[in-house]
Design a protein around this ligand. Structure first.
Ligand code: GBH
Length: 455
């Protein structure tokens, strides 16, 4: 089972989840600093400090990546390190950090994939309405251009936003993420402004980037399964198509517009030209996949708890089969099905799996080894699922594991470990897990044997 010759293998992280050092070198506060400092928002009162102390330890972390044979590393730039108040003043020490990180990656022949926004909005911008405010989209485009201006001589692969769906619907909809707003209409307006931010930033980067630069957005998707076609259509619309369709130039799906009108007219934030801006062509789309969603029909007025703004007449069913330690369904067939479908829907735009992984508690044995059997199985099953999707015609150019390190898992704090490398948050000691060794072998042979892959 071999992958295409130039298939890109790697691992991913995000700034707020690993860096720590949240108050050094002029960094401003982000909405996640505020949220984590608010009692009851993050499990056990965990915060972004010290996380993995990666801000101080990036060099040895890059050595670790090299020792695992990673060909690429996806990380995000913390906007509040670059512009502490979200616009205007640019903090040179913030830029210098990512400059050093990029240099050490290139020195070790690891290709950097830069994500410009992974949820850490400068708090000052939130004070002016955050993603509910159209102006934030323009501020983001300015910020994107200035980071690209600094790193673009060395970084080829750029992502505007990570999972705008989560920013909009968990941040402003059900409020389980920062800034913790619970307002369905606001979440749809935020979704539009996030898409606009992506479009404006893509235009700004395109204007200054050489031809070789590859611009993208990363979206989270779920395979929606159920016996009732109408229930599947509704959830698929509000989960997958609501952002993918505008990016691919199809505008907002009509059924989604219909399903959400009872909330109020959120589309009055859409101005002339926005949909064209949002459809600015990208070179690839990042796919983050973790689990399928099972749905069933319900009473027409029933509104399920959860982030899907406007959803009515549907229930989200419990997961089936094997679950991860986080309670998420493990289903690799759902991944193959999703990738084949997305590749078709993306209309010729290649896909990169920018995140895939699973959370389980780790057992560190007395010799200091971590045999993460379940995570390793999840990894192997899902890498096979990608291969199957490619053989069924999907255009997939890479696979990045989530995550390089155990880290700050948002509202779950440090309670959920997604790393292929274990982090002891007391000592900051890193321990390579079996899953990392396995990924390393997969990379080494650019694939897996078809059968009997022994861990
Ligand atoms: C990604 O988001 C993030 O990009 C990353 O930062 C994060 O650490 C990682 O995944 C792991 O969480 O409540 O059972 O219905 C994941 C997006 C959206 C996936 C919500 C799971 C709900 C599962 N997530 N979804 S459930």
């Amino acid at each position: 089972m071999t992958f295409p010759p130039d298939f890109l293998w790697g691992a991913a992280t995000a700034a707020f989840q690993i860096e720590g050092s949240t108050t050094v070198d002029g960094r401003g506060a982000s909405i996640w600093d505020t949220f984590a400092a608010t009692p009851g928002k993050v499990l056990a009162g965990d915060t972004g400090d010290p996380a993995c102390d990666h801000y101080e330890r990036y060099e040895s972390d890059v050595d670790l990546m090299k020792s695992l044979g990673l060909a690429s590393y996806r990380f995000s730039v913390a906007w509040p390190r670059i512009q502490p108040s979200g616009s205007g003043f640019v903090e040179p020490r913030g830029l210098a950090f990512y400059d050093r990180l990029v240099d050490s990656l290139l020195e070790k022949d690891i290709q950097p994939l830069v994500t410009l926004y992974h949820w850490d909005l400068p708090q000052v911008l939130e004070d002016f309405g955050g993603w509910r405010n159209r102006d934030t989209a323009y501020r983001f485009a300015d910020y994107a251009a200035l980071v690209h201006d600094r790193l673009g001589d060395r970084v080829q692969a750029w992502t505007t936003l990570n999972e705008p769906w989560v920013s909009a619907f968990l941040g402003y909809g059900n409020g389980i993420h920062a800034p913790g707003i619970t307002d369905a209409v606001a979440s749809l307006e935020a979704a539009h402004h996030l898409l606009l931010a992506h479009g404006l930033a893509t235009q700004a980067l395109r204007a200054q980037a050489p031809e070789s630069h590859r611009l993208s957005i990363v979206l989270n998707f779920s395979t929606v399964w159920g016996d009732d076609a109408e229930a599947v259509r509704k959830v698929d619309g509000l989960q997958n198509r609501i952002l993918l369709d505008p990016i691919c130039g199809r505008g907002y799906p009509l059924d989604v517009l219909q399903d959400t009108t009872w909330l109020g007219d959120w589309t009055n934030v859409v101005r002339d030209g926005d949909m064209e801006t949002i459809a600015t062509p990208v070179d690839w789309i990042g796919v983050n996949y973790y689990n399928p969603t099972r749905v069933a029909p319900a009473d027409p007025d029933f509104v399920p708890a959860g982030p899907h703004a406007g959803l009515r007449g549907v229930t989200i069913e419990p997961p089936q089969g094997e679950l991860t330690g986080f309670g998420w369904e493990q289903n690799a067939d759902a991944f193959t099905e999703l990738l084949v479908r997305l590749s078709r829907d993306a209309g010729g735009v290649p896909l990169v799996v920018t995140e895939n992984g699973s959370a389980f508690p780790d057992v560190v044995d007395p010799a200091g080894r971590v045999y993460d059997v379940e995570r390793t199985k999840y990894l192997v099953d899902h890498v096979r699922a990608v291969h199957r999707a490619i053989s069924e015609g999907a255009d997939i150019r890479g696979y990045l594991a989530w995550s390089l390190l155990d880290n700050f898992e948002w509202a779950a704090g440090y309670s959920q470990r997604f790393g292929i490398v274990h982090v002891d948050f007391e000592t900051q000691r890193r321990t390579v897990k079996e899953s990392a060794v396995t990924l390393s072998r997969i990379i080494g042979q650019n694939g897996l044997p078809a059968h009997g892959y022994a861990v």
